[in-house]
Design a protein around this ligand. Sequence first.
Ligand SMILES: *Cc1c(COP(=O)(O)O)cnc(C)c1O
Length: 470
Amino acid sequence: MKEWLRSIPPIHELQKNPQYMQIADEYGIDSSLVHDALTNCLNQIRTQLLHEIWRGPTPGSSDFLKQVWSDVRNQVREQIMPQLKKVINATGIVLHTNFGRAPLSKDAIDHILQIASSYSNVEYNLKEGKRGSRYDVVEKILTKLTGSEAAMVVNNNAAAVFLILRTLAQGKEVIISRGQLVEIGGSFRVSSIMGESGAILKEVGTTNKTHFQDYQKALSDDTAMIMKVHTSNFKIIGFTETVPAEDLITLKEQNPELIVYEDLGSGVLYDFREHGIGEEPTVQSVIKSGVDLVSFSGDKLLGGPQAGIIAGKKVYIDQIKKHSLARAFRVDKLTLAGLEATLLHYVTGSKGLKEIPVIRNILMSKEEIYERSLTFIRLFKEKLPEFHISIKESYSQVGGGAMPDVQLETYVVTIRHDRLHAHSIEKKLREAPIPIVAKIREDEIHLDLRTVQETEYQEIIKAFSLLAEL
Ligand SMILES: *Cc1c(COP(=O)(O)O)cnc(C)c1O
């Protein structure tokens, strides 16, 4: 063993090896990075030798150095590769929070690219040649689309909820139904965010039923607000009752200071109900019902970048904009660019809407998915005849905590191999150069092409061919 340790060449000697500079040139990096990787590799090998767990070539042999340089290359590559990667989502779940929710439309991407690569008027009024407000960028389009008096955008909907409560209800009571004290995931609980904001939670009703009288009785001089929370990610069925916003608004007659606010969660500007999908009320209809404020996410069913949108009465939105914490939750110009381009699709109507991947994927018909699956199977079979590939009826989900009870009819491509287990195929797909996430059902791989772009078919086939070589 001592012999082996001694036959590992010292760093200063390996630095003279042509491989050293070659790796630096190959990856366009400083040689100090190669030095670090080399030190690291040699240390690892020494430790493994000492613990008698080294399985590589014997130090001193010519293969040993080959192994060292190959390890150095891998380490260097890993260090300079981004951690955040494109993933092919073959799960059919349209809005997957783990996969970054909404993919953006081409126009949104182009707009982001342009704004990112140059200076912009994000806070500059070009007409007057002086300072402007970043809130102005999308306010007009949001008020037009939602029918509200005013609107603003913050970092995400969680920030929107917090900011609304902090600005308008700090130290005062906020009445909320027990059936709506939801947890959204990622530790977002309405009750805790209310605590953080300094608003005092006043629960009314029960888990399954809350009546108009419950709200009415809870009103006092300390009440600032009635908050409704859209139960986005679950559904209470059976013996239930909730009070519509229209009824709650009548309470404002006796209590003119009372604010009625609805956290819509996903918030849709497009009426999916027209296609028989879900029961999500549009933001426009909620504003029309007379609530003072609504908030919703930019990257759920809206199909834009991560953002929290607040729309409603100008008196309240003006106060929220002026709150010192609004600055802490403000959005970047890239978000504004992506959001503006996404919202413009809604302005142009049905043709534009099909450009938004989330809407397109949700509305994609079973027949279209069938056709796509056949195309994929034909391409796959040409290259990989050794796999068993077929097609099956199934369901896709909307995901992202939206429309939990909606099952979108779909077809899945099913893939099986005589020798390779589904679990090891699934793992290898995840570890592919462009990772692919798929589902396993009954020891088969299921690919739902609803969430896969046609340009990604060949990438998937390539990943399978790497597998077939094993
Ligand atoms: C998703 C959701 C939130 C949080 O929105 P983010 O944009 O993820 O911060 C808040 N409230 C409800 C009801 C939601 O569904």
